[in-house]
Design a protein around this ligand. Structure first.
Ligand code: F6P
Length: 320
C-alpha cells in the first residue's frame, strides 16, 4: 500500500476531522502517501483530490464539521458515475480508500469495492449511532452532550412556568440520541421509533405525573416518530393541553467534538489504515466492548442496528 485517500460523506458529525487526521497521520507514519477527497463522493467524481501532509491536518482535532467537506450524491448509485470515481483514484495511483460516514456512505463503498481492486475501508461517522458493527459512531457522544445541555436550559424555563415541553431530536430512524439524551437529562417521557406508544398512554402518564405533584414535564421525541409540532397539535386537539415545543435541528451536528469522540475517531482511523496495510477490503471498523473490531460492509449493511431496550426500561423506572 503506497497511496491512500480519505473522504467524509453524508451528514457531517463532530469528530470527522479527528478521524481524517488519524488516517492521514497513521498513513504518513507508515510511509504511505495520504490524499484528501473534498466533498465526499461528489469530489471523488469531480476529481477534487489533494495530497495531504502532516501539517494539513494540524489544528483540526478540536474542530467540529469536516474540513474536507461533505455531500450526499444520489447519482453515486449509478455504475457509470462510480466508474468516473475509480478512474480519478487510479489516475493518482491510489490503492486504498477510507470512507467516513453513515450507511449511505457504506452502501457507496460496497458498490465501489465490487468494481475495483482499490481496497476500501469504512469508518462510522454519524451523530445518529444507527450503524451496526459498532457500539458507537463518531459524533454521537458530542451530539448527545449538545442535546443534554439544551434540554437542561429548557428544563429551567419549563420548571419556572410549569409547562410541558416536547423537544425533537435528530437520529433519522434511530432512537439512540433521544433515548440517551432523555435518560441523561432526566426527561419524563422518551418517544422513539423502536418503542412506540400511543399518544393516549403518553398523555395518561403526563396526567398521572401531575397528580403526583410534577408541575412540568419534558418529552423527548425522536424525529423518526413524528414532528414536534404535529405531536403538540394532537395533544392540544385531543386533550386540550397546551404544549410548547423546540426542534433542536442542526445545532446537534456542530460543535467541538467531545474527548470521547476524538479518542474514538483517533483509534478507528488508526485501525482503518492498519487494515489497509494488511490488504483488507470491503470492511468497516467499529468498537465493541471497547475493543476495535472489523466486519464486512455487506454484513453490516444487512444487519439492522439494535437499540438496547433495557436502557429504555431504566428510563421508565427513573422518570416516575
Ligand atoms: O444522518 C444525520 C442527520 O443529521 C440525521 O439525524 C438527520 O435526519 C439528517 O442527517 C438531516 O440531514 P440534512 O442535513 O441533509 O438535513
Amino acid at each position: 500500500m503506497r497511496k491512500i485517500a480519505v473522504l467524509t460523506s453524508g451528514g457531517d458529525s463532530p469528530g470527522m476531522n479527528a478521524a481524517v487526521r488519524s488516517v492521514v497521520r497513521t498513513a504518513i507514519f507508515n510511509g504511505i502517501e495520504a490524499y484528501g477527497v473534498y466533498h465526499g463522493y461528489k469530489g471523488l467524481v469531480e476529481g477534487k483530490i489533494k495530497k495531504l501532509e502532516c501539517g494539513d491536518v494540524g489544528n483540526i482535532i478540536n474542530r467540529g464539521g469536516t474540513f474536507l467537506g461533505s455531500a450526499r450524491l444520489e447519482q453515486f448509485k449509478e455504475k457509470e458515475v462510480r466508474n468516473i470515481a475509480i478512474k480519478n483514484l487510479k489516475k493518482l495511483g491510489i490503492e486504498g480508500l477510507v470512507v467516513i460516514g453513515g450507511d449511505g456512505t457504506y452502501r457507496g463503498a460496497l458498490a465501489l469495492s465490487k468494481e475495483t481492486d482499490i481496497k476500501i475501508i469504512g469508518m462510522p461517522g454519524t451523530i445518529d449511532n444507527d450503524i451496526s458493527g459498532t457500539d458507537f459512531t463518531i459524533g454521537f457522544d458530542t451530539a448527545l452532550n449538545t442535546i443534554v445541555e439544551s434540554i437542561d436550559k429548557i428544563r429551567d424555563t419549563a420548571s419556572s412556568h410549569e409547562r410541558v415541553f416536547i423537544i425533537e431530536v435528530m437520529g433519522r430512524d434511530a432512537g439512540d440520541l433521544a433515548l440517551y439524551a432523555g435518560i441523561a437529562s432526566g426527561s419524563e417521557s422518551i418517544i422513539i421509533p423502536e418503542k412506540k406508544e400511543s399518544i393516549d398512554t403518553l398523555v395518561e402518564r403526563l396526567i398521572q405525573a401531575e397528580k403526583r405533584g410534577k408541575k412540568h414535564s419534558i418529552i423527548i421525541l425522536a424525529e423518526g416518530v413524528m414532528s414536534a409540532p404535529d405531536l403538540a397539535a394532537i395533544i392540544k386537539e385531543k386533550y386540550g393541553i397546551n404544549v410548547k415545543y423546540t426542534i433542536l435541528g442542526h445545532i446537534q451536528r456542530g460543535g467541538a467534538p467531545s474527548g470521547i469522540d476524538r479518542i474514538l475517531a483517533s483509534r478507528l482511523g488508526n485501525y482503518a489504515v492498519e487494515l489497509l496495510i494488511k490488504n483488507e477490503n470491503a470492511k468497516a471498523v467499529g468498537i465493541k466492548n471497547n475493543k476495535l473490531v472489523n466486519e464486512k460492509l455487506e454484513k453490516i449493511l444487512k444487519t439492522k442496528h439494535k437499540l438496547d431496550l433495557k436502557i429504555f426500561e431504566i428510563s421508565r423506572q427513573l422518570s416516575i
